[in-house]
Design a protein around this ligand. Structure first.
Ligand SMILES: [Zn+2]
Ligand SMILES: [Zn+2]
Length: 399
């Protein structure tokens, strides 16, 4: 059974029954005609044989409640026999990409929300109906292939700690979906007609004079291939509606600012059994008052006193989300030296952690008590002969 048959053949006429005939009426009509045109009763009559085939075919469809419903819907959608194959359709094949017709509109990038198309495949939409109808055909039928869901682009802002540890965040995504009120047909009664301009292809060719032709989306039907006879009030005849959903998305640990991560299969759902698209999330990471990031490593600047730096000592250093670590400061540590606390950094892909890079910053006291001042004055006297700039002047003279 080809799609073309469904659209072009009037099985009701073949059996001579009205469109609202009951099952019993159809059965009765078929039996009567089948007897009349049976090949056994019409030996050698090619016309009768052809007619008998037609009758059987009609009964195969109309005699099966489910197939009859699909047949009725297909004919309602394409007009009764009014459908003509597109210009490129040789030999009467069905040149009609329903996937394109009912699939997603091109999505754009979004700020805060995600854009995409192809949602709503699970809602019993028109795509499903055609999926069931057209996938059944024999040779020569256009099979509507499963369609992969669209990729969706979105962005999210994480706190510094969430980015290091990973986080599950709600992501609101909106997309184009078939209008529920009209099952995506754009027509109030679900019976749009095929666009006469593009004969349902949604595209028109225009010659360029050089033997080439370009294809543009059809203006009359806005590329849909269908025109609403009585436009749906909900979608104004477009057949599309916005649908949004909120999804919990797991952002892996260790993402950095402006990183674009791909979450496989978290995009728009596929249609007709196709796989879901991917979700791309651009991550923005907020600053932390204390810690910074350098790849897998975290950074922190720790003030140390002049005596700690000079005499050495143990310095307690905060870590992100964990207990502080104690670093041994060697005697004579210069200002700005960076030391490493292993395994106290950000989580890597393999679950291990980077390091915490600790930069010491010698703190200069503003106010000194009397005792401290006296001690420092004594220190000044003791080091009067040390000139910290001697090397500088020496070096400035040379070369
Ligand atoms: Zn058109
Ligand atoms: Zn609608």
């Amino acid at each position: 059974m080809s799609t073309k048959d469904f659209v072009e053949k009037d099985y009701y006429k073949v059996l001579g029954v009205p469109k609202d005939a009951t099952e019993a009426e159809i059965k009765k009509a078929y039996r009567k005609l089948a007897r009349e045109f049976h090949p056994d009763a019409n030996k050698g009559d090619a016309k009768a044989e052809e007619r008998f085939k037609e009758i059987s075919e009609a009964n195969d469809v109309l005699g099966d409640a489910k197939r009859r419903k699909e047949y009725d819907e297909a004919r309602a959608l394409f007009g009764n026999g009014g459908f003509r194959p597109g210009p490129g359709a040789g030999g009467g094949s069905f040149n009609f990409d329903l996937g394109d017709l009912f699939g997603g509109a091109p999505g754009g990038g979004g700020t805060g929300t995600a854009q995409g198309g192809g949602f709503g495949g699970g809602g019993g939409g028109i795509g499903d109906m055609f999926g069931g109808l057209f996938n059944r055909g024999g040779p020569g039928t256009t099979r509507v292939q499963p369609r992969r869901g669209q990729d969706i682009e979105s962005e999210v802002t994480l706190s510094f700690t969430e980015a290091v540890d990973g986080a599950t965040v709600p992501l609101r995504m909106s997309s184009q979906a078939p209008c529920k009120a009209c099952s995506g047909t754009g027509d109030k009664n679900g019976t749009p007609r095929v666009c006469p301009t593009c004969v349902g292809t949604g595209q028109v060719s225009r010659g360029t004079g050089g033997g080439f032709s370009l294809t543009d989306p059809c203006v009359d039907c806005k590329g849909r291939g269908l025109i609403a006879q009585d436009p749906c009030e909900v979608c104004k005849g477009s057949g599309r509606a916005r649908s949004s959903r909120t999804m919990q998305v797991r952002i892996p640990a260790g993402v950095s600012d402006n990183q674009r991560i791909r979450l496989r299969g978290k995009g728009a759902p596929g249609e007709r059994g196709g796989p879901a698209g991917d979700l791309y999330v651009v991550v923005h990471v907020g600053a932390h008052p204390v810690f910074g990031r350098k790849g897998d490593n975290l950074t922190v600047t720790v003030p140390v006193s002049f005596t700690e730096a000079t005499l050495g000592g143990e310095v307690k250093v905060p870590t992100l989300g964990g207990p502080p670590v104690t670093l041994k400061l060697p005697a004579g540590t210069p200002n700005g030296r960076t030391m490493r606390a292993r395994g106290k950094g950000a989580v890597r892909k393999d679950g291990s952690r980077g390091d915490l890079l600790v930069t010491v910053e010698v703190a200069v006291p503003k106010d000194l008590g009397v005792e401290a001042r006296d001690a420092l004055e004594a220190y000044r006297k003791a080091t009067a002969d040390d000139d910290p700039r001697a090397e500088l002047f020496q070096a400035a003279k040379g070369a």
